[in-house]
Design a protein around this ligand. Structure first.
Ligand SMILES: Cc1cc2nc3c(=O)[nH]c(=O)nc-3n(C[C@H](O)[C@H](O)[C@H](O)COP(=O)(O)OP(=O)(O)OC[C@H]3O[C@@H](n4cnc5c(N)ncnc54)[C@H](O)[C@@H]3O)c2cc1C
Length: 503
Protein backbone atom coordinates (compact mmCIF):
# COMPACT_ATOMS: atom_id res chain seq x y z
CA UNK A 1 0.00 0.00 0.00
CA UNK A 2 1.05 3.57 -0.61
CA UNK A 3 2.29 6.26 1.78
CA UNK A 4 -0.57 8.38 3.13
CA UNK A 5 -1.18 11.15 0.60
CA UNK A 6 -3.51 13.50 2.42
CA UNK A 7 -4.02 14.52 6.00
CA UNK A 8 -6.23 11.73 7.28
CA UNK A 9 -7.20 12.46 10.89
CA UNK A 10 -7.28 9.55 13.30
CA UNK A 11 -8.29 9.97 16.94
CA UNK A 12 -7.10 7.26 19.33
CA UNK A 13 -8.80 7.09 22.75
CA UNK A 14 -6.68 5.78 25.66
CA UNK A 15 -2.88 5.80 26.04
CA UNK A 16 -2.07 2.30 27.33
CA UNK A 17 -0.18 -0.33 25.34
CA UNK A 18 -3.01 -0.59 22.79
CA UNK A 19 -3.48 3.14 22.15
CA UNK A 20 0.24 3.88 22.01
CA UNK A 21 0.80 0.93 19.65
CA UNK A 22 -1.87 2.18 17.24
CA UNK A 23 -0.72 5.82 17.47
CA UNK A 24 2.92 4.91 16.92
CA UNK A 25 2.29 2.94 13.75
CA UNK A 26 -0.22 5.32 12.18
CA UNK A 27 1.82 8.45 12.82
CA UNK A 28 4.88 6.74 11.27
CA UNK A 29 2.72 6.16 8.17
CA UNK A 30 1.94 9.86 7.89
CA UNK A 31 -1.55 9.90 9.43
CA UNK A 32 -2.50 12.93 11.47
CA UNK A 33 -3.03 11.20 14.84
CA UNK A 34 -4.35 12.65 18.10
CA UNK A 35 -4.18 10.42 21.16
CA UNK A 36 -6.59 11.42 23.93
CA UNK A 37 -5.88 10.17 27.44
CA UNK A 38 -8.17 10.72 30.44
CA UNK A 39 -5.34 10.45 32.98
CA UNK A 40 -2.50 12.88 33.63
CA UNK A 41 0.10 10.79 31.79
CA UNK A 42 0.30 7.94 29.29
CA UNK A 43 0.69 4.30 30.34
CA UNK A 44 -2.79 3.19 31.36
CA UNK A 45 -2.57 0.29 33.81
CA UNK A 46 1.19 0.33 33.41
CA UNK A 47 1.63 3.99 34.35
CA UNK A 48 4.28 4.96 36.91
CA UNK A 49 4.95 8.19 38.80
CA UNK A 50 6.89 9.67 41.74
CA UNK A 51 5.59 10.05 45.30
CA UNK A 52 5.76 13.38 47.16
CA UNK A 53 9.11 12.21 48.56
CA UNK A 54 10.44 11.57 45.03
CA UNK A 55 10.27 7.77 45.09
CA UNK A 56 9.10 5.82 42.04
CA UNK A 57 5.83 3.91 42.28
CA UNK A 58 3.55 2.31 39.70
CA UNK A 59 0.16 0.68 39.25
CA UNK A 60 1.56 -2.79 39.99
CA UNK A 61 4.64 -4.56 38.75
CA UNK A 62 4.51 -5.92 35.20
CA UNK A 63 6.37 -8.94 33.88
CA UNK A 64 7.29 -9.56 30.25
CA UNK A 65 7.11 -13.23 29.40
CA UNK A 66 9.17 -15.11 26.82
CA UNK A 67 6.38 -15.15 24.17
CA UNK A 68 6.00 -11.30 24.16
CA UNK A 69 7.63 -11.19 20.72
CA UNK A 70 6.01 -7.97 19.50
CA UNK A 71 6.89 -6.00 22.63
CA UNK A 72 10.49 -7.30 22.53
CA UNK A 73 10.66 -6.26 18.86
CA UNK A 74 9.41 -2.75 19.77
CA UNK A 75 12.10 -2.51 22.47
CA UNK A 76 14.74 -3.35 19.82
CA UNK A 77 13.36 -0.73 17.44
CA UNK A 78 13.45 1.88 20.22
CA UNK A 79 17.08 0.94 20.91
CA UNK A 80 16.51 0.86 24.68
CA UNK A 81 17.57 -1.64 27.30
CA UNK A 82 14.86 -1.60 29.99
CA UNK A 83 14.84 -5.20 31.20
CA UNK A 84 16.49 -7.39 33.83
CA UNK A 85 17.89 -10.74 32.74
CA UNK A 86 15.49 -13.74 32.90
CA UNK A 87 14.55 -14.22 36.54
CA UNK A 88 13.64 -17.26 38.62
CA UNK A 89 10.50 -17.18 40.74
CA UNK A 90 9.02 -18.91 43.79
CA UNK A 91 5.58 -19.63 45.11
CA UNK A 92 4.59 -19.43 48.80
CA UNK A 93 1.57 -20.42 50.87
CA UNK A 94 1.03 -19.77 54.61
CA UNK A 95 2.88 -23.09 55.10
CA UNK A 96 6.03 -21.67 53.46
CA UNK A 97 7.86 -22.25 50.17
CA UNK A 98 5.82 -24.37 47.76
CA UNK A 99 7.41 -24.14 44.32
CA UNK A 100 10.60 -22.92 42.67
CA UNK A 101 10.79 -22.38 38.93
CA UNK A 102 14.03 -22.64 36.99
CA UNK A 103 14.90 -20.63 33.89
CA UNK A 104 13.34 -23.08 31.47
CA UNK A 105 15.24 -21.99 28.35
CA UNK A 106 18.55 -22.95 30.04
CA UNK A 107 17.52 -26.59 30.50
CA UNK A 108 17.47 -29.31 27.80
CA UNK A 109 14.40 -28.69 25.65
CA UNK A 110 11.70 -31.38 25.93
CA UNK A 111 8.46 -31.72 23.99
CA UNK A 112 5.79 -29.67 25.74
CA UNK A 113 4.47 -30.06 28.46
CA UNK A 114 7.21 -32.38 29.74
CA UNK A 115 9.71 -29.64 30.60
CA UNK A 116 7.17 -27.69 32.66
CA UNK A 117 6.16 -30.89 34.42
CA UNK A 118 9.66 -32.23 35.14
CA UNK A 119 11.72 -29.11 35.78
CA UNK A 120 9.33 -27.20 38.10
CA UNK A 121 10.42 -27.95 41.67
CA UNK A 122 7.38 -28.66 43.83
CA UNK A 123 8.36 -28.72 47.52
CA UNK A 124 5.20 -30.31 48.93
CA UNK A 125 2.71 -31.22 46.23
CA UNK A 126 2.73 -35.05 45.89
CA UNK A 127 3.38 -36.63 42.48
CA UNK A 128 -0.05 -38.25 42.42
CA UNK A 129 -1.67 -34.80 42.54
CA UNK A 130 0.59 -33.51 39.76
CA UNK A 131 -0.24 -36.52 37.62
CA UNK A 132 -3.94 -35.79 37.95
CA UNK A 133 -3.40 -32.91 35.49
CA UNK A 134 -2.70 -35.30 32.62
CA UNK A 135 -6.28 -35.71 31.34
CA UNK A 136 -6.42 -31.92 30.93
CA UNK A 137 -4.14 -32.32 27.94
CA UNK A 138 -7.22 -33.21 25.93
CA UNK A 139 -8.81 -29.80 26.65
CA UNK A 140 -5.55 -28.12 25.70
CA UNK A 141 -5.55 -29.91 22.35
CA UNK A 142 -9.26 -29.28 21.82
CA UNK A 143 -9.08 -25.54 22.57
CA UNK A 144 -7.37 -23.99 19.53
CA UNK A 145 -8.33 -20.33 20.19
CA UNK A 146 -10.88 -20.40 17.33
CA UNK A 147 -14.26 -18.70 17.71
CA UNK A 148 -15.86 -22.15 17.85
CA UNK A 149 -13.55 -23.27 20.68
CA UNK A 150 -14.25 -20.11 22.67
CA UNK A 151 -18.00 -20.69 22.33
CA UNK A 152 -17.55 -24.32 23.41
CA UNK A 153 -15.54 -23.58 26.57
CA UNK A 154 -16.50 -20.05 27.57
CA UNK A 155 -19.74 -20.95 29.38
CA UNK A 156 -17.93 -23.39 31.65
CA UNK A 157 -16.10 -22.16 34.76
CA UNK A 158 -12.43 -23.04 35.24
CA UNK A 159 -13.34 -24.91 38.42
CA UNK A 160 -15.82 -27.10 36.55
CA UNK A 161 -13.29 -27.71 33.80
CA UNK A 162 -10.64 -28.92 36.27
CA UNK A 163 -13.23 -30.98 38.17
CA UNK A 164 -14.58 -32.63 35.00
CA UNK A 165 -11.07 -33.57 33.89
CA UNK A 166 -10.29 -35.21 37.23
CA UNK A 167 -7.76 -32.70 38.62
CA UNK A 168 -7.17 -33.42 42.33
CA UNK A 169 -8.54 -30.97 44.90
CA UNK A 170 -5.03 -30.25 46.13
CA UNK A 171 -3.59 -29.60 42.65
CA UNK A 172 -6.47 -27.24 41.96
CA UNK A 173 -6.09 -25.38 45.27
CA UNK A 174 -2.30 -25.23 45.30
CA UNK A 175 -1.45 -24.84 41.66
CA UNK A 176 -4.22 -24.02 39.20
CA UNK A 177 -6.22 -21.59 41.29
CA UNK A 178 -3.12 -19.58 42.30
CA UNK A 179 -2.19 -19.36 38.60
CA UNK A 180 -5.68 -18.09 37.79
CA UNK A 181 -5.54 -15.48 40.54
CA UNK A 182 -2.36 -13.97 39.13
CA UNK A 183 -3.03 -14.70 35.43
CA UNK A 184 -6.74 -13.86 35.08
CA UNK A 185 -7.07 -12.00 38.43
CA UNK A 186 -10.00 -14.12 39.66
CA UNK A 187 -10.68 -17.42 41.43
CA UNK A 188 -11.59 -20.49 39.36
CA UNK A 189 -15.35 -20.28 39.78
CA UNK A 190 -15.24 -16.77 38.29
CA UNK A 191 -13.02 -17.53 35.28
CA UNK A 192 -14.12 -18.71 31.85
CA UNK A 193 -12.65 -22.13 31.00
CA UNK A 194 -11.83 -20.80 27.51
CA UNK A 195 -9.81 -17.90 28.93
CA UNK A 196 -8.18 -20.30 31.41
CA UNK A 197 -6.90 -22.71 28.78
CA UNK A 198 -5.90 -19.88 26.44
CA UNK A 199 -3.95 -18.10 29.18
CA UNK A 200 -2.26 -21.24 30.55
CA UNK A 201 -1.27 -22.39 27.07
CA UNK A 202 0.19 -19.00 26.13
CA UNK A 203 2.15 -18.36 29.36
CA UNK A 204 3.19 -21.86 30.36
CA UNK A 205 2.40 -24.75 28.10
CA UNK A 206 2.90 -23.96 24.41
CA UNK A 207 6.72 -24.15 24.58
CA UNK A 208 9.12 -24.96 27.40
CA UNK A 209 10.62 -21.43 27.78
CA UNK A 210 7.25 -19.63 27.80
CA UNK A 211 7.15 -19.17 31.60
CA UNK A 212 10.53 -17.36 31.60
CA UNK A 213 10.06 -13.72 32.50
CA UNK A 214 11.92 -10.40 32.64
CA UNK A 215 10.98 -7.25 34.57
CA UNK A 216 11.69 -3.59 33.95
CA UNK A 217 14.71 -2.21 35.83
CA UNK A 218 12.50 0.69 36.97
CA UNK A 219 8.90 1.64 36.32
CA UNK A 220 7.61 0.68 32.86
CA UNK A 221 6.51 4.31 32.56
CA UNK A 222 10.07 5.56 32.98
CA UNK A 223 11.93 2.78 31.17
CA UNK A 224 9.64 2.18 28.17
CA UNK A 225 6.77 4.66 27.83
CA UNK A 226 8.86 7.83 28.21
CA UNK A 227 11.23 7.07 25.30
CA UNK A 228 8.37 5.58 23.28
CA UNK A 229 6.10 8.63 23.69
CA UNK A 230 9.06 10.87 22.74
CA UNK A 231 9.43 8.93 19.48
CA UNK A 232 5.67 9.05 18.85
CA UNK A 233 5.60 12.82 19.35
CA UNK A 234 8.64 13.24 17.06
CA UNK A 235 6.79 11.43 14.29
CA UNK A 236 4.08 14.12 14.50
CA UNK A 237 1.34 12.63 16.69
CA UNK A 238 -0.24 14.72 19.43
CA UNK A 239 -0.49 12.96 22.80
CA UNK A 240 -2.97 14.92 24.93
CA UNK A 241 -3.40 14.07 28.63
CA UNK A 242 -6.36 15.01 30.84
CA UNK A 243 -8.81 14.55 27.94
CA UNK A 244 -11.68 12.25 28.94
CA UNK A 245 -13.71 11.21 25.90
CA UNK A 246 -17.46 11.26 26.49
CA UNK A 247 -19.14 10.69 23.11
CA UNK A 248 -18.80 10.44 19.33
CA UNK A 249 -20.25 12.67 16.60
CA UNK A 250 -21.95 10.49 13.97
CA UNK A 251 -23.21 11.60 10.53
CA UNK A 252 -26.14 10.18 8.50
CA UNK A 253 -23.75 7.89 6.65
CA UNK A 254 -22.89 5.73 9.68
CA UNK A 255 -19.54 7.46 9.86
CA UNK A 256 -18.03 9.04 12.92
CA UNK A 257 -16.83 12.58 12.21
CA UNK A 258 -15.69 13.67 15.64
CA UNK A 259 -14.82 12.69 19.19
CA UNK A 260 -16.34 14.61 22.10
CA UNK A 261 -14.22 15.37 25.14
CA UNK A 262 -16.52 17.24 27.51
CA UNK A 263 -16.83 20.59 25.70
CA UNK A 264 -14.11 20.04 23.05
CA UNK A 265 -14.67 18.22 19.75
CA UNK A 266 -11.77 16.57 17.88
CA UNK A 267 -12.57 16.06 14.20
CA UNK A 268 -11.85 12.54 13.00
CA UNK A 269 -11.87 10.51 9.78
CA UNK A 270 -11.35 7.33 11.85
CA UNK A 271 -11.40 6.48 15.56
CA UNK A 272 -9.66 3.77 17.55
CA UNK A 273 -10.91 2.98 21.05
CA UNK A 274 -8.11 1.68 23.28
CA UNK A 275 -9.74 1.92 26.71
CA UNK A 276 -10.37 -0.85 29.23
CA UNK A 277 -13.79 -2.37 29.99
CA UNK A 278 -14.56 0.08 32.81
CA UNK A 279 -13.49 3.04 30.64
CA UNK A 280 -15.71 1.82 27.80
CA UNK A 281 -18.69 1.41 30.14
CA UNK A 282 -18.22 4.99 31.36
CA UNK A 283 -18.10 6.33 27.79
CA UNK A 284 -21.22 4.30 26.98
CA UNK A 285 -23.10 5.77 29.93
CA UNK A 286 -22.50 9.29 28.53
CA UNK A 287 -22.88 8.55 24.84
CA UNK A 288 -26.30 8.55 23.16
CA UNK A 289 -24.63 7.53 19.86
CA UNK A 290 -23.13 4.36 21.37
CA UNK A 291 -26.21 3.54 23.42
CA UNK A 292 -28.14 3.14 20.15
CA UNK A 293 -26.05 0.10 19.20
CA UNK A 294 -26.49 -3.42 20.63
CA UNK A 295 -22.81 -4.32 20.48
CA UNK A 296 -21.80 -1.33 22.65
CA UNK A 297 -24.77 -1.70 25.02
CA UNK A 298 -23.69 -5.31 25.51
CA UNK A 299 -20.39 -4.10 26.98
CA UNK A 300 -22.50 -3.37 30.09
CA UNK A 301 -22.53 -7.14 30.62
CA UNK A 302 -18.77 -7.19 31.08
CA UNK A 303 -16.93 -6.58 34.32
CA UNK A 304 -13.54 -5.69 35.73
CA UNK A 305 -11.61 -6.62 38.85
CA UNK A 306 -10.13 -4.65 41.77
CA UNK A 307 -6.38 -4.67 42.27
CA UNK A 308 -4.22 -3.20 45.04
CA UNK A 309 -0.56 -2.26 44.50
CA UNK A 310 1.58 -1.61 47.58
CA UNK A 311 5.24 -0.65 47.91
CA UNK A 312 6.99 -0.83 51.29
CA UNK A 313 10.38 0.55 52.31
CA UNK A 314 11.99 -1.31 55.25
CA UNK A 315 14.75 -0.04 57.52
CA UNK A 316 17.14 -2.95 56.90
CA UNK A 317 18.45 -5.29 54.25
CA UNK A 318 16.50 -8.54 54.14
CA UNK A 319 17.58 -11.50 52.07
CA UNK A 320 14.73 -12.45 49.71
CA UNK A 321 15.68 -15.71 47.99
CA UNK A 322 14.03 -14.96 44.59
CA UNK A 323 13.20 -11.56 43.07
CA UNK A 324 9.63 -12.48 42.04
CA UNK A 325 7.18 -14.50 44.11
CA UNK A 326 3.53 -15.51 43.86
CA UNK A 327 1.50 -16.41 46.95
CA UNK A 328 -1.77 -18.23 47.60
CA UNK A 329 -3.90 -19.44 50.49
CA UNK A 330 -3.62 -16.26 52.59
CA UNK A 331 -7.18 -15.13 51.80
CA UNK A 332 -9.96 -16.91 49.98
CA UNK A 333 -10.27 -15.61 46.43
CA UNK A 334 -7.28 -13.23 46.54
CA UNK A 335 -3.85 -13.91 45.12
CA UNK A 336 -0.79 -11.76 45.67
CA UNK A 337 2.75 -11.38 44.44
CA UNK A 338 5.84 -9.76 45.95
CA UNK A 339 9.00 -8.50 44.34
CA UNK A 340 12.44 -7.66 45.64
CA UNK A 341 12.95 -4.22 44.08
CA UNK A 342 16.55 -3.98 45.35
CA UNK A 343 17.25 -6.85 42.95
CA UNK A 344 15.05 -5.66 40.08
CA UNK A 345 15.13 -1.83 40.00
CA UNK A 346 18.29 0.22 39.34
CA UNK A 347 16.95 3.00 41.59
CA UNK A 348 16.81 0.72 44.64
CA UNK A 349 19.95 -1.36 44.04
CA UNK A 350 22.11 0.60 46.50
CA UNK A 351 19.35 1.45 48.96
CA UNK A 352 20.41 0.75 52.57
CA UNK A 353 17.06 -0.88 53.40
CA UNK A 354 14.76 -3.25 51.53
CA UNK A 355 12.13 -2.12 49.01
CA UNK A 356 9.31 -4.56 48.26
CA UNK A 357 6.35 -4.34 45.93
CA UNK A 358 3.34 -6.47 46.98
CA UNK A 359 0.36 -6.54 44.61
CA UNK A 360 -3.02 -8.09 45.44
CA UNK A 361 -5.34 -9.38 42.71
CA UNK A 362 -9.08 -9.75 43.13
CA UNK A 363 -8.58 -7.46 46.09
CA UNK A 364 -12.25 -6.47 46.52
CA UNK A 365 -12.21 -6.87 50.30
CA UNK A 366 -8.96 -4.89 50.79
CA UNK A 367 -9.67 -1.86 48.68
CA UNK A 368 -11.80 -0.10 51.31
CA UNK A 369 -9.28 -0.63 54.16
CA UNK A 370 -7.25 2.34 55.39
CA UNK A 371 -3.53 2.41 54.53
CA UNK A 372 -2.81 1.98 58.27
CA UNK A 373 -4.59 -1.38 58.13
CA UNK A 374 -3.17 -2.48 54.78
CA UNK A 375 0.54 -1.88 55.47
CA UNK A 376 0.82 -4.04 58.66
CA UNK A 377 -1.16 -6.78 56.92
CA UNK A 378 1.28 -6.77 53.99
CA UNK A 379 4.19 -6.93 56.43
CA UNK A 380 2.56 -9.89 58.22
CA UNK A 381 2.06 -11.74 54.95
CA UNK A 382 5.66 -11.04 53.88
CA UNK A 383 6.93 -12.31 57.24
CA UNK A 384 5.05 -15.53 56.65
CA UNK A 385 7.13 -16.12 53.52
CA UNK A 386 10.44 -14.58 54.63
CA UNK A 387 10.54 -14.49 58.49
CA UNK A 388 13.17 -11.67 58.61
CA UNK A 389 10.41 -9.21 57.65
CA UNK A 390 8.86 -9.68 61.10
CA UNK A 391 11.49 -7.60 62.92
CA UNK A 392 11.98 -4.97 60.21
CA UNK A 393 10.42 -1.51 60.46
CA UNK A 394 8.41 0.04 57.63
CA UNK A 395 9.92 3.51 57.02
CA UNK A 396 7.80 4.53 54.01
CA UNK A 397 4.93 3.04 52.03
CA UNK A 398 2.70 3.62 49.03
CA UNK A 399 -0.76 2.08 48.58
CA UNK A 400 -2.38 2.38 45.15
CA UNK A 401 -6.01 1.30 44.82
CA UNK A 402 -7.11 0.21 41.35
CA UNK A 403 -10.85 -0.40 41.54
CA UNK A 404 -12.45 -2.17 38.54
CA UNK A 405 -9.11 -2.04 36.78
CA UNK A 406 -8.36 -5.32 35.04
CA UNK A 407 -10.49 -7.17 32.49
CA UNK A 408 -12.63 -9.95 33.92
CA UNK A 409 -12.79 -13.00 31.65
CA UNK A 410 -15.90 -14.30 33.38
CA UNK A 411 -17.76 -17.43 32.24
CA UNK A 412 -20.09 -16.44 29.40
CA UNK A 413 -18.40 -13.07 28.80
CA UNK A 414 -16.91 -13.93 25.37
CA UNK A 415 -20.17 -13.23 23.51
CA UNK A 416 -20.12 -9.61 24.77
CA UNK A 417 -16.45 -8.86 24.13
CA UNK A 418 -16.06 -6.67 21.06
CA UNK A 419 -14.11 -7.57 17.93
CA UNK A 420 -11.82 -4.97 16.33
CA UNK A 421 -14.40 -4.14 13.62
CA UNK A 422 -17.55 -2.34 14.78
CA UNK A 423 -20.87 -1.47 13.17
CA UNK A 424 -19.42 1.99 12.46
CA UNK A 425 -17.40 1.91 9.22
CA UNK A 426 -14.59 3.96 10.68
CA UNK A 427 -14.44 2.99 14.40
CA UNK A 428 -12.08 0.21 15.50
CA UNK A 429 -11.48 -1.42 18.87
CA UNK A 430 -8.28 -2.43 20.66
CA UNK A 431 -7.16 -3.40 24.17
CA UNK A 432 -6.52 -6.54 26.20
CA UNK A 433 -10.23 -7.53 26.23
CA UNK A 434 -10.87 -7.30 22.49
CA UNK A 435 -11.45 -10.50 20.53
CA UNK A 436 -8.40 -11.41 18.44
CA UNK A 437 -7.16 -14.69 17.01
CA UNK A 438 -3.52 -13.76 17.69
CA UNK A 439 -3.34 -15.90 20.85
CA UNK A 440 -1.41 -13.51 23.13
CA UNK A 441 -2.51 -12.14 26.52
CA UNK A 442 -2.16 -9.07 28.78
CA UNK A 443 0.34 -6.38 27.73
CA UNK A 444 1.39 -8.23 24.56
CA UNK A 445 -2.25 -8.69 23.55
CA UNK A 446 -3.03 -5.03 24.21
CA UNK A 447 -0.06 -3.96 22.04
CA UNK A 448 -0.94 -6.45 19.28
CA UNK A 449 -4.60 -5.35 19.16
CA UNK A 450 -3.39 -1.73 18.90
CA UNK A 451 -1.34 -2.70 15.83
CA UNK A 452 -4.27 -4.71 14.43
CA UNK A 453 -6.55 -1.67 14.80
CA UNK A 454 -3.93 0.50 13.07
CA UNK A 455 -3.88 -2.02 10.20
CA UNK A 456 -7.67 -1.83 9.91
CA UNK A 457 -7.42 1.96 9.59
CA UNK A 458 -4.78 1.49 6.87
CA UNK A 459 -6.98 -0.92 4.98
CA UNK A 460 -10.05 1.33 5.45
CA UNK A 461 -8.27 4.27 3.79
CA UNK A 462 -6.14 2.08 1.47
CA UNK A 463 -3.12 4.16 2.38
CA UNK A 464 0.07 3.29 4.29
CA UNK A 465 1.98 0.09 5.03
CA UNK A 466 0.45 -2.29 7.59
CA UNK A 467 2.39 -2.96 10.79
CA UNK A 468 4.21 -6.30 10.83
CA UNK A 469 2.65 -8.34 13.64
CA UNK A 470 4.73 -11.29 14.77
CA UNK A 471 2.45 -14.31 15.26
CA UNK A 472 2.76 -16.48 18.36
CA UNK A 473 5.28 -19.27 17.86
CA UNK A 474 3.69 -22.20 16.01
CA UNK A 475 2.52 -25.21 18.01
CA UNK A 476 5.04 -28.00 18.47
CA UNK A 477 4.70 -30.82 15.91
CA UNK A 478 3.04 -33.32 18.27
CA UNK A 479 0.48 -30.69 19.35
CA UNK A 480 -0.24 -29.84 15.68
CA UNK A 481 -0.75 -33.51 14.90
CA UNK A 482 -3.03 -34.06 17.91
CA UNK A 483 -5.06 -30.97 16.97
CA UNK A 484 -5.49 -32.16 13.37
CA UNK A 485 -6.66 -35.60 14.49
CA UNK A 486 -9.05 -34.04 17.03
CA UNK A 487 -10.46 -31.59 14.49
CA UNK A 488 -11.09 -34.37 11.99
CA UNK A 489 -12.82 -36.48 14.65
CA UNK A 490 -14.98 -33.46 15.60
CA UNK A 491 -15.92 -32.86 11.96
CA UNK A 492 -16.88 -36.51 11.47
CA UNK A 493 -18.91 -36.39 14.69
CA UNK A 494 -20.63 -33.21 13.52
CA UNK A 495 -21.55 -34.74 10.15
CA UNK A 496 -23.23 -37.77 11.78
CA UNK A 497 -24.76 -36.39 14.97
CA UNK A 498 -27.59 -33.84 15.05
CA UNK A 499 -26.90 -30.48 16.75
CA UNK A 500 -28.98 -31.49 19.73
CA UNK A 501 -26.66 -30.99 22.71
CA UNK A 502 -25.11 -27.90 24.16
CA UNK A 503 -21.67 -27.18 22.66
C1 LIG B 1 -1.46 -4.80 39.20
C2 LIG B 1 -1.42 -5.29 37.79
C3 LIG B 1 -0.47 -6.21 37.43
C4 LIG B 1 -0.39 -6.67 36.12
N1 LIG B 1 0.61 -7.51 35.80
C5 LIG B 1 0.85 -7.79 34.50
C6 LIG B 1 2.01 -8.49 34.13
O1 LIG B 1 2.81 -8.88 34.98
N2 LIG B 1 2.22 -8.72 32.80
C7 LIG B 1 1.33 -8.32 31.84
O2 LIG B 1 1.57 -8.53 30.65
N3 LIG B 1 0.20 -7.66 32.19
C8 LIG B 1 -0.06 -7.37 33.47
N4 LIG B 1 -1.18 -6.67 33.82
C9 LIG B 1 -2.19 -6.38 32.79
C10 LIG B 1 -1.76 -5.21 31.89
O3 LIG B 1 -1.50 -4.10 32.69
C11 LIG B 1 -2.88 -4.91 30.89
O4 LIG B 1 -3.22 -6.08 30.17
C12 LIG B 1 -2.49 -3.85 29.87
O5 LIG B 1 -1.78 -2.80 30.47
C13 LIG B 1 -3.75 -3.33 29.19
O6 LIG B 1 -3.41 -2.31 28.28
P1 LIG B 1 -4.55 -1.56 27.46
O7 LIG B 1 -3.88 -0.63 26.55
O8 LIG B 1 -5.47 -2.58 26.88
O9 LIG B 1 -5.44 -0.79 28.54
P2 LIG B 1 -5.11 0.24 29.71
O10 LIG B 1 -3.72 0.10 30.17
O11 LIG B 1 -6.21 0.08 30.70
O12 LIG B 1 -5.22 1.67 29.01
C14 LIG B 1 -6.46 2.28 28.75
C15 LIG B 1 -6.27 3.78 28.85
O13 LIG B 1 -7.51 4.41 28.46
C16 LIG B 1 -7.68 5.55 29.27
N5 LIG B 1 -9.10 5.91 29.25
C17 LIG B 1 -10.15 5.27 29.84
N6 LIG B 1 -11.29 5.94 29.57
C18 LIG B 1 -10.96 6.99 28.79
C19 LIG B 1 -11.72 8.04 28.21
N7 LIG B 1 -13.04 8.14 28.34
N8 LIG B 1 -11.07 8.98 27.46
C20 LIG B 1 -9.72 8.91 27.30
N9 LIG B 1 -8.95 7.93 27.86
C21 LIG B 1 -9.58 6.99 28.58
C22 LIG B 1 -7.21 5.10 30.64
O14 LIG B 1 -6.91 6.21 31.48
C23 LIG B 1 -5.97 4.29 30.26
O15 LIG B 1 -4.83 5.09 30.23
C24 LIG B 1 -1.32 -6.21 35.14
C25 LIG B 1 -2.30 -5.28 35.51
C26 LIG B 1 -2.35 -4.81 36.80
C27 LIG B 1 -3.37 -3.76 37.17
Amino acid sequence: MSQVSQDKRVVVVGAGWAGLGATDHLSKQGYHVTLLEAGSYPGGLVAGWKTATGRSVEAGIHGFWYPYRNIFSLINQLGINPFTTWTRSSQYSPAGLEVESPIFQELPQLPTPLGTFLYTQFKRLPLIDRLSALPLLYAIIDFDNSDEAWRRYDFVTARELFKDFGVSARLYRESFEPMLLVGLFAPGEQCSAAATIGMLYYFILAHQPDFDVVWCRGTVGEKIFRPWVERIEKSGAKVLANRRVTDLVVDDNNQVTGVVCNNEIFEADAVIFAVGITGMKKILSNSPSLQKRDEFRNVSNLGAIDVLATRLWFDRKIHIPRPSNACFGFDTATGWTFFDLNALHDEYRNESGTVVEADFYHANQFISLENEEIVPRVQRYLANCVPEFRKAKVVDSSVIRLPQAVSHFAPGSYRYMLPALTSFKNVFMSGDWIVTRHGSWSQEKAYVTGLEAANLVISYFGEGTPAKIIPVETDEAHIQLARTVNKTARQIGKSILPEFWLP
